[in-house]
Write a protein that binds this ligand. Structure first.
Ligand code: NAG
Ligand code: NAG
Ligand code: NAG
Ligand code: NAG
Ligand code: NAG
Ligand code: NAG
Ligand code: NAG
Length: 772
């Protein structure tokens, strides 16, 4: 099995180092609990607009100082009206006065917001006005390879923003003519800046007054660009849910000793925007206590303070704190924080078993070193983060590192942008992912912790909404110790699996440095039925431990007897997402896969499709099709073509039994050692099937009733047999070995819900398939 592994930021509390991973089994649907990070709030847009290369030539000469902002506003209005994009309008901007400067070429921006942001930082240059020089410079720039100018089929508009009063007459109108001659498909338009516009000069460049806009007829501006307006269809902006339900007891320790006023307000702003703005203050999530200090420390409120138990109230309080005259006694403040965080007194609101963090905002320079106190706190398991908004050289960086105990958790302006990525590990992070950047990682919202000991694996899953349903080890839902039923409103579920039970697999790592634990857990958001929100998680973690040589050798010689197989239905291709629903007539791919040793191939045979009322055989005991309208003989080409990533597959057009929406497919898979001279089975893989003459034209009607060719008696016998089989099914899927083969396993798909209409499926399910 080749699925991508996804590391989840985890809280490493255990004493030993562990590596954990959670990968989400992509079922092709977007469960509400899955989010994608890194958060990007930019919507994905589809652009339909004609192309245009737009060149702004912006007069920045001295006479226009007051009018410069007007010109920028005109550019803004144009940019907001046309569609910016790789295939739509692309923009070059030149500023000029006596000299010229290229601000950016066509390659620089394909995004409107970024373009508009670039305008914010343009500065008025001042000097004399040389429009001719500007046209000449523009011509050079357009001809420069790499400018991003498209070919002659794409219209070009040179848009001059100026009052038309130039110091290099007649070069101005001469150069405008040269520009027209040398660049195919070019036109010159203008905005006449200010109240004294030299219309005759501008009209000379544009060759028509119709192409000039002034403050007298500004309403004409957008209509002129109507042709390039285009349409943009953007996905809905994701609603970002920052913070999560990962609990944390957080002591904010704020240095309020008098320093520069603006630094103190910067510090408060940091606290409000980047600390409080990213957490969910809630009795079940983050509880906050606040200490400010100078020579003395003041505890303003403790963890369970009713008055400061939500975002708004804490933010409000922080905004109003004032600096205090006095020395800086960080050591004293830390001592108070330590007492609070290690308190056994429940009235402080401190929670047992919840991670503790002290976030210290200071620029250092403590009167007495906070080193010893900080060490003591870290030794007690308190996560220490130190932050300063004070730039060098005023900040005492060494002291911040002493407090944090690591450069990684000490933040000063040069690395302050990395603060969130560290901080968020402890509070969780999530955002409904619509935009999926290339490195998007699916996560379980609210974070998942995986911890291993030598003989067990514990997982804690926190969901955004309370899970009322089941969490169980895949295939072990009917064993009480492997299943947990939840009916309360708690959003946290914890389970521990021990070695040898519930399918927890422990394997020595190849390098002999420890063991991997693997398990698949299913979250079922309904106590009885599988819903679209259900989610499978493949969890793993690593425990360092010296693996005995002997065991390692055994592990490398992977035992064929341990082979496990699975059977899934995929949408789009056998390599893409697993389908839990489909509509009649849609194409799905059956995929059978075993983790058998390389010399083993396998035959898929005795397959049935089963619904509540019907059972129909679709592959016979030789692995051949029974009726190609159900399923054609599977394709075994990957054993030859991709021996390292082999599976058996076949395409199917989805069908449905009348009145019976849910289908399960089940098959037997028989393993064969292809290199064993005593095994006759290698002749039967792939199966050699007689060519069947189709009874009906291929791919005609699929939703034929199975009743047409099944006697009631036969049917009920099949169902009875199936029920016995299901009851008797061995955990390891092993069934009676097919003659001539090494071993036979029984596999089945998850329930496929067949819909008659497409509309039930979320429209955007496709993009969620892209993640696996
Ligand atoms: C306009 O262009 C003509 C040449 O085509 C030139 O003679 C005339 O002086 C120009 N007028 C202005 C105001 O620049
Ligand atoms: C606090 O903020 C978080 C994230 O911004 C939000 O999810 C949560 O609902 C807020 N809580 C309250 C009580 O406003
Ligand atoms: C936040 O807490 C304050 C003080 O308890 C309370 O007055 C206010 O209504 C709360 N706000 C929200 C949004 O819960
Ligand atoms: C267990 O998980 C590890 C790490 O995710 C992976 O490398 C390994 O192949 C998995 N082993 C099994 C048997 O699934
Ligand atoms: C099996 O699949 C491969 C790859 O998709 C294809 O090239 C080949 O023609 C298929 N074989 C049969 C018998 O359909
Ligand atoms: C099956 O095994 C025999 C004996 O090793 C070998 O001669 C034969 O070529 C194999 N057949 C296939 C199709 O691999
Ligand atoms: C059920 O399993 C037992 C052994 O586990 C086996 O002896 C028996 O034949 C099986 N029954 C059926 C109907 O498969």
């Amino acid at each position: 099995m080749r699925r991508r592994l996804v590391a989840i930021p985890l809280l490493i509390l255990a004493v030993t180092f562990q590596a954990e991973a959670v990968k989400i089994i992509d079922n092709g649907l977007a469960p509400p609990e899955i989010v994608h990070t890194p958060v990007s709030t930019k919507p994905r847009c589809k652009v339909f607009a004609p192309p245009l290369d737009l060149i702004f030539i912006l007069d920045s000469s001295g006479s226009l100082r007051d009018k410069f902002q007007d010109e920028i506003d005109i550019i803004r209005r144009i940019l907001k009206h046309v569609t910016i994009g790789k295939t739509a309008t692309r923009v070059m901007l030149i500023q000029f006065s006596g000299t010229q400067h290229l601000e950016f070429n066509f390659e620089k921006f394909t995004d409107r917001e970024e373009l508009l942001a670039a305008l914010d930082v343009l500065r008025h240059v001042s000097g004399i006005t040389r429009i001719g020089g500007a046209f000449e410079f523009a011509l050079q720039q357009l001809k420069t390879p790499g400018s991003g100018l498209r070919d002659g089929t794409v219209p070009k508009i040179v848009y001059l923003l100026s009052d038309g009063r130039t110091h290099d007459y007649p070069k101005d109108w001469q150069m405008s003519d040269v520009l027209r001659r040398e660049i195919p498909n070019i036109d010159i338009w203008a905005y006449g800046t200010g109240d004294y516009v030299a219309m005759a000069a501008l009209a000379n460049y544009t060759q028509s007054e119709q192409k000039i806009v002034t403050n007298q007829n500004l309403q004409k501006l957008e209509p002129q660009f109507e042709k390039y307006h285009g349409t943009e269809i953007c996905e809905q902006q994701p609603t970002c849910v920052k913070g999560s339900d990962k609990p944390l007891d957080l002591a904010l320790v704020v240095d309020a000793s008098e320093s520069l006023d603006h630094l103190f307000s910067d510090q408060k702003k940091f606290l409000v925007d980047r600390v409080l703005g990213n957490i969910n203050i809630h009795p079940e999530a983050v509880r906050v206590a606040l200490i400010t200090y100078s020579g003395q420390a003041f505890v303003h409120f403790k963890f369970n303070s009713f008055l400061y138990g939500n975002n708004t109230s804490v933010q409000g309080f922080v905004k109003n704190i004032r600096s205090i005259k006095g020395t800086t006694a960080t050591n004293v403040a830390l001592m108070d924080a330590f007492d609070l965080l290690t308190s056994k007194d429940p009235s402080t609101g401190i929670r047992e078993g919840v991670p503790k963090m002290a976030l210290v905002l200071t620029d250092g320079h403590s009167h007495r070193s906070p080193k010893d106190m900080a060490e003591k706190m870290r030794a007690a398991g308190i996560i220490m983060i130190a932050v300063s908004v004070t730039p060098r050289p005023l900040v005492d960086e060494a002291e911040l590192r002493l407090i944090a105990g690591s450069e990684k958790r000490a933040f000063t302006p040069p690395n302050l942008h990395e603060f969130e990525s560290e901080f968020m590990k402890y509070v969780g992070f999530g955002c409904d992912g619509i935009e999926l950047p290339p490195d998007a990682k699916p996560q379980v919202r609210g974070a998942t912790d995986v911890k291993c000991t030598e003989h067990s694996m514990s997982i804690v899953v926190r969901t955004q909404r309370a899970l009322q349903g089941l969490m169980y080890a895949h295939m072990y839902h009917d064993e009480p110790e492997c299943m947990m039923k939840k009916t309360d409103n708690n959003r946290e579920i914890q389970m521990t699996f021990t070695e040898g039970k519930c399918g927890l697999v422990k394997t020595p790592s190849a390098d002999g440095r420890g063991y991997h634990f693997n398990i698949t857990v299913i979250l079922q958001f309904h106590p009885l039925i599988i819903t679209r929100a259900d989610q499978g998680l493949d969890m793993s973690c690593f425990v360092p431990s010296a693996v005995p040589r002997q065991e390692l050798d055994q592990a490398i010689l992977k035992n064929a007897a341990d082979t496990q197989c699975n059977y899934r239905l995929h949408r789009y291709s056998p390599g893409q997402c697993v389908a839990l629903d489909a509509k009649v007539g849609e194409t799905l791919y059956h995929r059978w896969e075993c983790d058998s040793p390389p010399e083993y191939n396998y035959l898929v045979h005795d397959c049935f499709v089963q619904s509540e009322k019907h059972t129909q055989q679709i592959l016979d005991s030789n692995g051949c099709e029974v009726d190609q309208h159900f399923l054609e003989t599977p394709n075994y080409s990957r054993f030859k073509d991709y021996p390292d990533d082999a599976y058996v597959f076949q395409e199917m057009s989805v069908f449905k039994f009348p009145g019976d929406g849910d289908l399960i497919f089940h098959c037997r898979i028989s393993l064969c050692n292809m290199k064993d001279p005593n095994a006759p089975c290698n002749q039967s893989i792939p199966p050699k099937c007689p060519k069947k003459v189709p009874v009906l034209p291929v791919r005609q009607k699929r939703d034929v009733s199975a009743e047409q060719w099944m006697s009631a008696e036969w049917r009920s016998k099949q169902i009875r047999k199936r029920q016995i089989e299901l009851k008797n099914r061995s955990r390891r899927q092993i069934v009676e070995t097919k003659q001539g083969y090494y071993m036979t396993l029984q596999v089945e798909t998850r329930t496929l819900n067949v819909l008659l209409s497409e509309s039930i499926r979320p429209r955007d399910s496709v993009k969620y398939c892209d993640i696996s």
